[in-house]
Ligand binder design. Sequence first.
Ligand code: FES
Ligand code: FES
Length: 156
Amino acid sequence: MKRDISCAINGRKRRFTAEPCITVLDVLRDVLHLTGTKEGCGTGDCGACTVIWNGKAVNSCLLLANRMEGADIWTVEGMMKHGKLHPIQEAFVEEGATQCGFCAPGFIMRIKALLEENPNPSDDEIVQGLVGNLCRCTGYQDIISAVRRAAEKMGA
Ligand code: FES
Ligand code: FES
C-alpha cells in the first residue's frame, strides 16, 4: 500500500506518495521525474544511480522508498546554481570526461561527496573514491583529470 513520504531533495522539501518497497531510484525517476539519476545494473554494481544521501554517496537502486522519510537527498539536478554549472560539471566539460554521458550523473555525485570529505585527494585516493562507479567509454583518465581540476576550482 502506498504511503506518504516527506524528505528534502536538492534542498527543497518534497512530499509525495509511493509504494514503500520500490527503490529510491524508481521514486526519483518515476514518481518525482528527476531522470538525471540513471539506472545501469540495478544491482549495486555500476554506480550510475549514485545520489548523495545525508552527506554520503549511495547507490539509489539498493535503497527502498520507506527509508526516504526525513532524508536529505541530492541528485545531479541540484548541482547547477543560478543557471551556472557546478565546478565538477565544468571540469567534466573542460576535460572531456564524458562520451555517451550515461555514467556522468553518478560520477558527478560520487565526486561531490568525495571532495566534500577530502578536498585535495591524491591520485590513489581519487581512484579508490571512484571504485564503485563504472564507465564503458572514457577509460577513466579524463574523469580522474576532471576530479583534479574540480578540486582546484573548488579551492583546494
Ligand atoms: S544502477 Fe545502481 S549501482 Fe548500477
Ligand atoms: S561516458 Fe559512456 S559510460 Fe561513461
